[in-house]
Write a protein that binds this ligand. Sequence first.
Ligand SMILES: [Ca+2]
Ligand SMILES: [Ca+2]
Length: 377
Amino acid sequence: MTDNCNLRKRRAYTHGMPAQLCRRLITVFSLSCALKTLAHEPERFFFEHPSPEGSETRRFEARIDRPDDSNGFAVMLIGGGSVTDMDWFVPASYDNNGKSVPVTMSGKPTRDAKTIGDALVDAGFTVMRFSSVHADDELANETPGMAMGIPFPYSVELTRSARDAFRARAPESLDRLILVGHSLGAPRATAVADDGVVGLVCLAGAYVSRTDASVLSSSAEAAKAIEPYDSDDDGVLAGAEIEQAEADEELHSAIIDHDNDGVIHAWEVAASWRLDGRSPDSDSAKFREGIPWFSDVVRDRRIPALMIFGGLDTISIHGPWLESHAKTHELDITVEYFPELGHNLSEEREDLIDSIDPGVVDQIVVWSVSRPRTPTP
Ligand SMILES: [Ca+2]
Ligand SMILES: [Ca+2]
């Protein structure tokens, strides 16, 4: 459970930000609570979890928001990256040696967990959000946002503690719990999905099918393969470029517009290669020690899932494979693509991101509301 090297690194929130920006980001915790307009006051509390070394007990901030009119279901939001605060806060900019470097297109910070959580509460869900930054992280408290990164296996155990803290306070979370995870939050959700979990929502979910580093290498290979046909050098194939690529005997069968936007991205070629067996699945039986693959969990335990991918995001390579997996095993998996969006499920331009797209939030709510009233046995 310990990874001291990793622990020594200070990392800021990584939700939706290019990795190279993450280490220096200055962020602020949870200022949004003052703006809350819901009828019920949130239940704010700290839950406890051992430090990674196990030598002390740490406290983590959490909140449960309850709707006026409960639909009997509960949702827990699980952040991506290394650590996130309760809101999945991303600053508008960060300071690099006295120079302000923008992160968002709007010039405003983003708080996607708050946005998603509020929409779900409005729809009748009891919603838990939690911080994976421990409350006594001195540097994070001193220099807001410079939180200590945590090893992935530790983040899974922490997520389990958060789930249990939720269940101790909200009975609907015992057997009608939906987990919503962004990016690495998806395998965290998979790991803690027990019989009380009736739905999984993966937003740009990482490792959601049996792939490992091959995702990156096959995407890079696909990018290389389409390059000769990319006349205007914009990284994608469109119009006549597609026709020419289709005439290539090697490439022809891989030119599939999986997200139906009229454009071929490298990830779509890489996804086609996975479907036709050219890039093999990982042969590991588990995603990580003690953590099964998402695709195995939804197959074996038949947990319904909503998978949302952005068309600008390489991670979308999982989408077509999951669609095929769902068909083969008759699984309740809905795969949705938003062609204009990136890994943050926001618009993206020159490494700048923004708040999660409202259409994605709607999709999460609509799917969650449509869960059967009786949990699947
Ligand atoms: Ca092009
Ligand atoms: Ca496409």
